[in-house]
Ligand binder design. Structure first.
Ligand SMILES: NC(=O)c1ccc[n+]([C@@H]2O[C@H](COP(=O)([O-])OP(=O)(O)OC[C@H]3O[C@@H](n4cnc5c(N)ncnc54)[C@H](O)[C@@H]3O)[C@@H](O)[C@H]2O)c1
Length: 332
């Protein structure tokens, strides 16, 4: 804890996609924890006005709502100029969070669908950051948190364009971390599992299921009765990363699903005796970041293992190879 317990005192935060879901939850939490000023930037004018109005009532003078399309250079330029003015020249925290999700098989997807996904989720993050970075460099301090997804660490059915945009955010995160470390600016990414926000409604409609069923099917949680996490759970992780408590975290990926590792390795363990020791090792890794959610072990878990601990993934592949060779040996 800081001396006052208020980690964001004197801090100015800009949150794209701030009028809904995870972004809005973060704005509320930042203000509750003492942020000096918070800017909500969102393309949805109606929701933005409603939510900004509510927050303004509670925190007069500390909130600014700006209509902004992160794909438009002019709109971003205007949003950042006005944010900096509001923040007295400073923008200490950027939560690059604006995003969309849509669903299509790669061979059925139109170019328009692909472009929209990459433009909003990936290029938008760069358009915003590139105008905020100079403010951070000038102050010799700052934190950029890119909101990727669990889909930035694995693949997903009918989600290749979404996954590509979210894997791309890791590239941005790692590269910006290198570029900005000399300026004392940190850059990290978060990778939430399914979150209870309006974002999942589209797929639910497409599949004739409820959003909660979709979340359960695609992500699922290890703990019983937790079909998805709440926006405040994701915001909690951002709160930590934006604060000095995470002062040595940069260039790194933070998930809310280490239990995926446990579940995946548990399955491997049952299949191959030699992996037992690795499972034990991974269990220790899991304890580092306890969380409520997990990935399906069915698809892509090796990707998660690689993201979390490459040497373990290498060993698993080797052991799987050995098990395969052993299975091919004729029985004695
Ligand atoms: N909901 C999930 O299951 C989940 C899981 C992991 C990651 N995420 C990521 O979290 C982020 C926030 O999503 P959410 O779940 O809170 O959804 P949400 O739909 O509640 O919020 C997204 C916000 O982004 C805004 N937005 C969309 N396009 C924009 C644009 N061009 N310019 C400015 N704002 C724009 C929307 O108006 C909306 O307010 C997204 O990047 C999403 O990919 C979501």
């Amino acid at each position: 804890m800081s001396e006052t317990g208020k980690y964001y005192e004197n801090k100015v935060a800009a949150v794209t996609g701030g009028a809904s879901g995870i972004g809005l939850a973060l704005c509320k939490a930042m203000l509750a924890f003492g942020a000096d000023k918070v800017v909500l930037a969102d393309i949805n004018k109606e929701r933005l006005e409603r939510e900004t109005g509510r927050l303004e009532g509670e925190y007069p003078g500390k909130v600014l709502g700006l209509t902004c399309d992160v794909t438009s250079e002019d709109s971003v330029k205007d949003m950042i100029a006005r944010s900096a003015e509001f923040g007295g020249g400073r923008i200490d925290i950027l939560f690059n969070n604006a995003g969309i999700c849509a669903y299509a098989m790669a061979h059925e997807m139109t170019e328009l669908e692909w472009d929209a996904m990459i433009d909003i989720n990936l290029k938008g993050a760069w358009l915003v950051a590139r105008r905020i970075i100079p403010h951070m460099i000038r102050e010799r301090s700052g934190v950029i948190i890119n909101n990727s997804s669990v889909m930035g660490l694995r693949g997903g059915n009918r989600l290749s364009h979404y996954a590509a945009s979210k894997w791309g955010m890791i590239g941005l995160t790692k590269s910006w971390a290198i570029e900005l470390a000399p300026h004392n600016v940190r850059v990290v990414s978060i990778h939430p599992t399914g979150v209870n926000t309006p974002m999942n409604d589209g797929l639910a409609e497409l599949e004739g299921a409820t959003a909660i069923e979709i979340a359960e099917r695609s992500a699922g949680n290890l703990l019983p009765g937790v079909p998805w996490i709440e926006p405040s759970d994701a915001a909690e992780l951002v709160l930590y990363l934006a604060s000095d408590r995470a002062r040595y975290a940069t260039g790194a990926q933070f998930t809310r699903n280490p239990m995926a590792l446990a579940r995946a390795l548990e399955k491997l363990d049952a299949a191959h005796e030699p992996t037992h020791a690795i499972t034990r090792g991974a269990a220790h890794l899991c304890i580092v970041d306890p969380s409520a959610s997990r990935l399906s072990a069915r698809e892509g878990f090796l990707g998660d293992v690689f993201a979390s601990h490459p040497p373990i993934a290498q060993r698993i592949i080797r052991l799987k190879g050995m098990a395969y060779q052993a299975a091919k040996q004729p029985a004695e």
